[in-house]
Design a protein around this ligand. Sequence first.
Ligand code: ADP
Ligand code: MG
Length: 321
Amino acid sequence: MPSEFQLIQQFFQREQAEQPAEGVLLGIGDDCALLQVPSGKQLAVSVDTLVADVHFPADADPGLIAERALRTNLSDLAAMGADPLWFTLALTLPAANEDWLRRFSRGLFACAREFGIALVGGDTTSGPLSITIQVMGATQPQQTLRRDGANIGDFIVVTNFVGDGAAALAAIQNTHKFNVEHAAYLQQRFYRPTPRLSESTLIRAIASSALDISDGLVADLQHICDASDLGAVIYVEDLPLSPALQSLNDVTQARQWALSGGDDYELCFSIAPENMPELAMLIAQGKLHATVIGEMIAGGKVVCELNGEPYTMARTGYQHF
Ligand code: ADP
Ligand code: MG
């Protein structure tokens, strides 16, 4: 039976050593990592925990668990306008299962390579399966995407499609039926959400505020409203729905998922009218898939309209407690 140190060495330190990493003066193996923030940049830091059977099924593919954990954290960097630099990993494991760790580590490093982020340390303990990842990234001081920057009259935009996260959960839990192609698409969207990092680099000079949609569009947009001391109106007929959601006969269900389902990991941002031509150009050039879905207004609450009429939803967003 290998010791904890051998496992760390085998599955994390060795892999990490093979990846060139910017600014890592000292990586895994000492009491702390020593990191050099690029000059003139600010450090953006975020941490998230995934707990087995709360955030993912305990028997899920370890490679996919690793990917999901890292991708959702990278999504926070994208939402802040930050470029990925480093991450740490705190793993709590019920057993030192080498096969599980091998697959976890493969998924983790494949993802780390894809998005250019380096593992610089962590912690390994025994207990019920949970994964905590802390990501660090670099921002330009004038191009951070904070939640408190929205202004009245700004347009509200989302990237790609909304509602896929909730639809994926329904597909995985078998409460809704999708055809094979749509089910496969939704499965990918759930386990391998794409952090919108390239979108973030395109919009960070022109957006006034942003976040990533993890708890549901309405619930998350409310955070921008609270921070910016404003309200927002969402035009429900404009919500971008994926072909998978459009394949449902039930458009009300699809809209409900788009408005209140979690786990989309798309960016929702506000943008001043004077910056709309630049955004329109990025969209027309095919560099950015994004849709205007509403506007910042006075008030303090997110409201929804369907074809000009008030639209009420059954529920808003996922809450842990
Ligand atoms: P300490 O007791 O000083 O905290 P640890 O035994 O927890 O040291 O960790 C030893 C080294 O291994 C540290 O550099 C730590 O960052 C790293 N490490 C431990 N667990 C992990 C992990 N799951 N992933 C990456 N690095 C890890
Ligand atoms: Mg430790």
